[in-house]
Ligand binder design. Structure first.
Ligand code: PLP
Length: 392
């Protein structure tokens, strides 16, 4: 019998994907020049030359080295490289045996959530949030609990988290820099979160795990991003090079169970078990080999930084209200009417494709991806202006 839950999930529309597909069709109809697709987070900056050069070198190596199976959690070399990188940058105390290589952050989230929950547990997310958290939590038969963030700053609301975290809470997910709001959680907020989770864990007699989803960690414009695992030991980091090195289709990332937690070995074993149960063993080996040597390759943020300035200055001039983005490549703009879907639909009539906030668990905003060419941002300004005027 076909699984009805999976059938429903497979048929359920994704607003982002639908907008993106609409944009592709529309570009055929009216020409790419006239469509301003700010819907999807597909990196527009070229992959660094060092990465492509390393791929070229690797292709001349024996097939077994670049195409063969590795150990289920990944090669010893890349796991050591990840641990070294985390230690050099964040003084994380990371050990290679607590790193599990995955097909991007998505698979890291899938194995971590499966490893850290039993059916009926609660997984707390901070809204607005990446919509796939719900899919993954519910696939693990856990219940997703949405907690709003602080209005206008979109920092974590510690009082609201305090009220929401109960004895059935096994995981709290944070995502900084944040998709969709562009917020970077401050060290003070993360310290408060760490204190709160320690208090809750002691009261409940079991750890409440922090799942830190960090595919945008490197995408910060003004200051380094505080590393959540340094504020709370029972943290599992989910990382990906999709955004930082423009490699989303290569499916390479990792889950790292902080070596500072007392049960790191058990968590790692459960992650390995979840990898088996979900079929996520042996992440793509060519890219494990690439990351062995390219892990310190710095991201090129110059295009995104320029686009951030163009978009924020342009929208500020037109009188739009938005959250100044500290990181990622998204701008979170207040819709000009309470119904974000209606606002996005009206923008679509002007060939401006922006994602309504309902997809991210909150009302009244839209997400604009600025990982596009600067020319698209510049040309989109006329559509933003017409959209604003249509509400006056
Ligand atoms: N988490 C967040 C917040 C994301 O925005 C994305 C992708 O857009 C992912 C996870 C998945 O990343 P990956 O492509 O590495 O699986």
């Amino acid at each position: 019998m076909i699984n009805p839950r999976m059938l429903e999930l497979g048929k359920a529309p994704s607003t982002i994907r639908e907008l993106f597909a609409y944009g592709q069709r529309r570009k055929q109809e009216v020409g790419a020049h006239h469509v301003f697709d700010l819907s999807i987070g597909n990196p527009s900056t070229p992959t660094p030359a060092a990465v492509t050069e390393r791929m070229r070198q690797l292709l001349s190596q024996p097939a077994e080295t670049i195409h063969g199976y590795t150990n289920a959690p990944g090669t010893a070399e890349v796991r050591a490289a990840v641990a070294r990188n985390l230690n050099e940058r964040f003084d994380a105390g990371a050990l290679p045996q607590h790193v599990y290589m995955t097909c991007g952050a998505y698979a890291a989230l899938a194995v971590a959530l499966r490893a850290l929950t039993v059916p009926g547990d609660q997984v707390v997310v901070n809204a607005p949030y990446f919509p796939e958290y719900r899919v993954l939590a519910e696939a693990a038969d856990a219940q997703l609990v949405e907690v709003p963030t602080v209005p206008d700053t979109f920092q974590l609301d510690l009082a609201a988290l305090d009220a929401a975290i109960g004895p059935r809470t096994s995981v709290v997910i944070v995502n900084s820099p944040n998709n969709p709001a562009g917020a970077v959680y401050t060290a003070d907020v993360l310290q408060g979160l760490g204190d709160l989770l320690r208090r809750k864990s002691a009261a409940f007699g079991h750890p409440v795990f922090l799942l830190s989803d960090e595919p945008y960690r490197e995408l910060s414009y003004d200051a380094p991003v505080p590393f959540p695992a340094n504020f709370y030991d029972h943290t599992v980091v989910c990382y990906s090079w999709a955004k930082s090195l423009s490699l989303p289709g290569e499916r390479i990332g990792y889950a790292y169970a902080s070596s500072r937690m007392d049960c790191a070995d058990e968590v790692m074993a459960a992650i390995a078990g979840a990898g088996r149960a979900l079929g996520f063993v042996n992440a793509p080996v060519l890219f494990q080999r690439v990351m062995e040597t390219c892990i310190d390759c710095p991201p090129d943020l110059s295009d995104y930084a320029r686009n951030r300035t163009l978009l924020t200055e342009g929208l500020a001039r037109l009188g739009y209200e938005f959250v100044h983005p500290d990181g990622a490549f998204y701008l979170w703009v207040r819709a000009l009417e309470p119904d974000a879907e209606a606002f996005s639909a009206r923008a679509r009539e002007l060939d401006l494709l922006i994602v309504p906030s309902n997809s991210f668990g909150c009302e009244g905003w839209v997400r604009c991806s600025y990982c596009v060419s600067s020319a698209v941002i510049e040309r989109s300004m006329a559509a933003w202006e017409a959209l604003k005027r249509s509400y006056e």
